[in-house]
Ligand binder design. Structure first.
Ligand SMILES: CC(C)(COP(=O)(O)OP(=O)(O)OC[C@H]1O[C@@H](n2cnc3c(N)ncnc32)[C@H](O)[C@@H]1OP(=O)(O)O)[C@@H](O)C(=O)NCCC(=O)NCCS
Length: 171
């Protein structure tokens, strides 16, 4: 994209806009349960929002958001994170913002010493970042091609993934 882009951690002042942004971005997503905004609120409330970044335009407006939270994986050391949700305003999609948010999030996670990251989503989007599925990595019976991981160093991560309770707590 040709506009200046800055990505920074969320601040308290961003919280309301992030909520609306996530609701709008997922509004027409058929596989969504429309709980994503509540999940982010609950992660934040419980101190489990490991990394929350916003993409900012030249005027300081929020264009997109990405969240990461710690996960546990049955046969892996601790230090893994789950990516998601990631959201860009519908009218700003397909201009590279989602890609920039994922890249910056992964860069920061690795810099914080994370072991790796998992994501549940479309391989057509996530494979470009190096995420790959593994038949031995599972999440609640979801077809394993949608269950993807990216290790920051060579290491095992197999078995069932468990996300923070916020992912189930959203009403
Ligand atoms: C997914 C999302 C964050 C991507 O952001 P974006 O700014 O549109 O993405 P980018 O412009 O960086 O990348 C666009 C690329 O991703 C692909 N893409 C975008 N959304 C996609 C989706 N939901 N599934 C598969 N591919 C997708 C596009 O085909 C495009 O590929 P191309 O570069 O080969 O043309 C954004 O579309 C969005 O907010 N969607 C609604 C919420 C959602 O589904 N979030 C993901 C699940 S957590």
């Amino acid at each position: 994209m040709d506009r200046p882009l800055r990505i920074r951690p969320e601040t308290h002042a961003d919280v309301e806009v992030i909520r609306v942004l996530i609701e709008k971005a997922f509004h027409d997503v058929s596989h969504s349960d429309h709980k994503e905004a509540e999940i982010v609120d609950e992660l934040r409330r419980t101190g489990a929002l490991g990394l929350s970044l916003v993409a900012i335009d030249a005027d300081g407006g929020i264009m997109g958001h990405i969240a990461f939270s710690a996960v546990s994986i049955e046969d892996a050391e601790s230090g893994w994170y789950g990516l998601g949700p990631v959201a860009v305003w519908p009218e700003l999609q397909r201009q590279g913002l989602g890609t920039a948010l994922v890249n910056e999030g992964l860069r920061r996670l690795e810099g914080q010493g994370a072991k790796g990251c998992v994501v549940l989503g479309d391989p057509a989007f996530y494979s470009r970042f190096g995420f790959a599925s593994d038949p031995a990595l599972t999440y609640r019976g979801l077809p394993t091609r949608y269950v993807q991981k990216l290790a920051f160093q060579p290491q095992e991560a197999t078995g069932e993934i468990s996300y923070h309770a916020a992912f189930d707590a959203a009403a």
